[in-house]
Design a protein around this ligand. Sequence first.
Ligand code: GDP
Ligand code: IMO
Ligand code: MG
Length: 436
Amino acid sequence: MQHLTISGLQWGDEGKGKIVDILAENYDVIIRFQGGHNAGHTLVIGDKVFKLSLLPSGIVRADKLCVIGNGVVINPEALHKEITTLQAGGIDINERLKIADNAALILPIHSHIETLRGQVQKIGTTARGIGPAYEDKIARRAIRICDLYDKTHLKQQITVLTDYHNIWLKGMDEPPINPQDMIDFTMQYRDLLLRHAVPIVPFLHNLAAQNKRFLFEGAQGALLDIDHGTYPFVTSSNTIAGAVAAGSGVGGNADTHPFKLGIIKAYCTRVGNGIFPSEDDGEAGDILAENGAEFGTVTGRKRRCGWLDLPLLRHTINISGIDGLLLTKLDVLDTFETINICTHYQYQGEKIDYLPNFIPDNEPLTPIYHQMQGWQTQLRGAKSISDFPQQARDFIDFIETQIQLKIMMVSTGPDRADIIISDLPDFILGDYSNQT
Ligand code: GDP
Ligand code: IMO
Ligand code: MG
């Protein structure tokens, strides 16, 4: 009864939502464990497109229970909007959504502070208040959903929070936040939040005792991890697969510990600022952006594009403890005559295979590429990897050999149907294998 974790191994937008949607078929409970509405997960199911930010991607399947874990920071207004939009599209949510009552809230004060501090420009954040909300959580002054059980207690907690932030706002010559505004905001969504709230640990462990299978859906990617990512150009949560236990309260024992699937795009993208050694800001980057429709789901920003970077992948695979890989957006490379894969960097006169934590401005890191022949054929529609042209199979083989992990699934288009399962363990597949 092994659970499954799906997490991104690059800078996000690897196609996690699409893969979670597909594999959710075989799982009972789909659980988000970190991040917030900075995530944007797009699902394409025939002529329907769903863009999810806070709700687990399992929500589009009518028989799945979805859980937002305690590791997620929740903006109640964004939650309300997402639920309303989905319900207007005919997706019934009520009994299928549960939210950890110890999850911390994002209040309007958080995005206000983020903007005033200039982090939206400096880091290139999504301006959703994610960083300041996690800061309050770590500093032990966050408002959690369970604070809403008692209105008097809630008001006291919010006053403590606004008193703290008003000291800084005063120093910035900014008008103070009126605690009553934050109380009114929170009270407006109290019923909604409490309707879905559960004590997550007994809730999930009771389900586990009934042999229910959990699929943990990562947001962002391992290179945006607060500890192991490209700091300071990262998000404010641990995004790696190992964050599941802290962000959901499910550790997993020898029988149930999650199998960890890592999602990689066939090239790299990044939204926001920060190092990107294999970035191509020339013609190739433009073609990747155009073929891959690389525009952010959340902010609409054009994503920076570049080639697959193996030193970075080795790093994120190691820290995440990945058991198998899933390659997405291979079709985006269809038109290239030659394809680059970064295998090493040239740094301070040496050839290295890792990303140094500090790179002085005057000593840039230069990617060293292995160049491969492109296949220049449409991959979409292929039913198995053996249907691929030799060049595409060589591309997959090269990654597997370099990384020493199996590519278990390949995605060749945005639609749920554009998927090839090559080597997934039976316990993940369930009945899905019979449907393809
Ligand atoms: P996530 O944040 O990891 O869930 O990824 P996003 O949904 O933000 O970005 C991935 C984008 O690529 C979405 O628009 C998907 O519909 C699309 N997509 C997913 N897999 C594929 C694929 O294999 N090929 C192509 N061309 N598009 C894909
Ligand atoms: P999904 O789940 C891509 C990036 C932002 C910025 C940095 C910090 O769709 O893969 P934040 O608002 O989190 O403080 O911004 O992290 N970022 C993402 N980039 N995909 C995401 O999520 C992201 N979530 C945050 O662009 O560089
Ligand atoms: Mg995304």
